[in-house]
Each structure stands twice: as structure tokens, then as C-alpha cells.
Design a protein around this ligand. Structure first.
Ligand code: PBG
Length: 327
């Protein structure tokens, strides 16, 4: 290998024309998934205060939102529901006519080309805000599995392309796979929230989805931010249980986890660029402290570079516009 002055790495940086040839990582809207919060009621398009640009929308206003996503060439949407009533067992999560189930039907009927992914969890549907059934002050893992499985089957029946269990219960991927197969839905893939950390960065989401726990926190089931070896064990178990795709969440503070999962597993890998990560950028941009466009594209590039195939992000629409050279 020749050294300086024969080798000059700056030669490959001198113009955009050459930089493009040397570029190792590429962003495209077809790698993005846009999260949507579907709420009960009519005519609702309620701004989510800590997440400028994101809204809670009712079913009758969903089309505007989805049309934009489709036009921008974004791969798909990840649906969250805000039900009219919450109870101890999260009944509306698996209701045949629940908000998410109805949203799936509506979207698939008009935009068959969009991937509709559903979040399979109970926290938006339970009155206590935990991700499962609470017994004796603790989330009962095994009793929750049955309800998560029911929820996934109801989403798949409504036409969801992919179901994504996110409750961090042990055995949830196997429970969902078994139930889907028993219901004749062998072909519905599972995107496992495999390494999901107990993160402060979910704060704005909990306001958006009205899903903050009423007591305690989620550290009894979500992962300790200090751990990577345990993340690899979580991923390994989900693969054994039948996961088709994997997810690491959050994304930005966990790029090392994304990189390690990418190295060790062949499954498609998604990274969830979560609400708090979005809010930080928005807040700084609003203050004029960061250039939003450059910041977002740099962060999304970093998530790809770490090894994610798919990025779930609230920036999807803006980023897709910027990549097209608009805005
Ligand atoms: C659970 C769920 C959460 C998020 C996605 N699915 C919240 C939580 O675990 O507390 C967070 C997403 C975000 O912050 O953008 N249903």
C-alpha cells in the first residue's frame, strides 16, 4: 500500500460526482417505515406536542396521511392504536373491530402496495398502562402470551402484512407463531422487537399513544441499556422461536447493538428511531441550533451504516422529500 504523497484520500472527496462513486451507504424511502397513531372518534387530527409533525388521527382522516406516505415511496407504516376504552386485560387490542384492525383493512384496500406492520402490545389498551396482564403488582408473563397471540391473529385476519410483537414477554414470538399457524396464517411474517431497551427515549411516544404505566416502570421486562450480550441472547431466542425479521430499539443510542446483530444474524434487521430521538432533533432545529435536514440525513445514514436494512422513523416523510431533492 502506497503512502502519502502517492496516496491522497482527499482525491475521493473533492467533488460530489466523485464522492458519490465512493459512497458506501445509501438511503432510500423504500427502506423507511412510518409510524402512525390511529385513534378512536371522528374528524380527529390532533398534533402530538412533543413530536412536531406527528398526529393522532381517526380512521376517517387516515387516508390523507397514508396517501402522502404512498406518494413518497415509503415502504410501509407501523400502526399503533389508541382505543376508546381501556381495561385490565387490554380487551380492545384484540377486538375484531378495534381501531388498528379497522385501519389495516382501510389501508390494505386502497394501498395494497404498502407494507402494513402492526405493533402487537397491550400497553395502549390496558388501564394500568403495562404491556401485559398485571397480577400481584407484576406483569404476568405467561398469562400475557395468550392475549398477545390473540392480538396478532386479529391483526393478521384484518390483513396486516407483518405483525410485530413488542411487549418483551419471554416466549412471545413462539406464542404468536403458534397462534398464527393454528389460525391458518402460516404466511404472515413476524418482525420481532427482539432487543428492546427500557429507554427514556420512549417518553414522547407514551404521550402520543397514551400508554405511560400508571405505576412502576418497564424495567422488569424491557432490557437494561447497559447490556449487549443479553441483547444477542434475546435475538437468538427470537430467531429460534420463529422470528422472520429482527428489530433493535431505540436506534441511535444502540448503534453498536445494531452492528453486532447484523454481524451475527442473517435475518432482515429493522432499527426503530424512536420518539425521543425525533423530539431531540425537532427541538434543536426549532431553536435554530441544528440544521434539521442535514442532521436527520446524517443520523439515518448512521443507522444504515451500522447495519439496519429497514428504519422505522417519524422522519420518514421529510427524509423521503429531501432524498428526492424537494423541500
Ligand atoms: C410498546 C411500544 C412503545 C414504543 C413502541 N412500541 C413504548 C414503550 O415500550 O413504552 C415506543 C416507540 C417510540 O418511542 O417511538 N407498545
Amino acid at each position: 500500500m502506497a503512502e502519502f504523497p502517492v496516496t491522497r484520500l482527499r482525491r475521493l472527496r473533492r467533488s460530489e460526482a466523485v464522492r458519490r462513486l465512493a459512497r458506501e451507504t445509501h438511503l432510500a424511502p423504500e427502506q423507511f417505515v412510518y409510524p402512525l397513531f390511529v385513534t378512536h372518534g371522528h374528524g380527529v387530527r390532533r398534533p402530538i406536542e412533543p413530536m412536531p409533525g406527528a398526529f393522532q388521527v381517526s380512521l376517517d382522516r387516515l387516508a390523507e396521511e397514508v396517501q402522502e406516505v404512498a406518494e413518497l415511496g415509503i415502504a410501509g407504516v407501523l400502526l399503533f392504536g389508541i382505543p376508546e376504552r381501556k381495561d385490565a386485560a387490554g380487551t380492545d387490542a384484540y377486538a375484531e373491530r378495534g381501531v388498528v384492525q379497522e385501519a389495516v383493512r382501510l389501508i390494505k384496500a386502497r394501498w395494497p402496495q404498502l407494507a402494513v406492520v402492526t405493533d402487537v402490545c397491550l400497553c395502549e389498551y390496558t388501564d394500568h398502562g403495562h404491556c401485559g396482564v398485571v397480577r400481584g403488582g407484576d406483569v404476568d408473563n405467561d398469562a400475557t402470551l395468550e392475549l398477545l397471540a390473540r392480538t396478532a391473529v386479529s391483526h393478521a385476519r384484518a390483513g396486516a402484512d407483518v405483525v410485530a410483537p413488542s411487549a418483551m414477554m419471554d416466549g412471545q414470538v413462539a406464542a404468536v407463531r403458534t397462534a398464527l399457524d393454528a389460525a391458518g396464517m402460516h404466511d404472515t411474517p413476524i418482525l420481532a422487537y427482539a432487543a428492546k431497551y427500557a429507554s427514556a427515549f420512549y417518553g414522547p411516544f407514551r404521550a402520543a399513544a397514551e400508554s405511560a404505566p400508571k405505576f412502576g416502570d418497564r424495567r422488569g421486562y424491557q432490557m437494561d441499556p447497559a447490556n449487549t450480550r443479553m441483547a444477542l441472547r434475546e435475538v437468538e431466542l427470537d430467531v429460534q422461536e420463529g422470528a422472520d425479521m429482527l428489530m433493535v430499539k431505540p436506534a441511535l443510542a444502540y448503534l453498536d447493538v445494531i452492528a453486532q446483530v447484523r454481524q451475527r444474524f442473517a435475518l432482515p434487521l429493522a432499527a426503530y428511531n424512536v420518539s425521543g430521538e425525533y423530539s431531540m432533533v425537532k427541538a434543536a432545529a426549532r431553536n435554530g441550533w441544528l440544521d434539521e435536514r442535514r442532521t436527520v440525513l446524517e443520523l439515518l445514514t448512521a443507522i444504515k451504516r451500522a447495519g439496519a436494512d429497514v428504519i422505522i422513523t417519524y422522519h420518514a416523510k421529510d427524509a423521503a422529500r429531501w432524498l428526492k431533492g424537494e423541500g
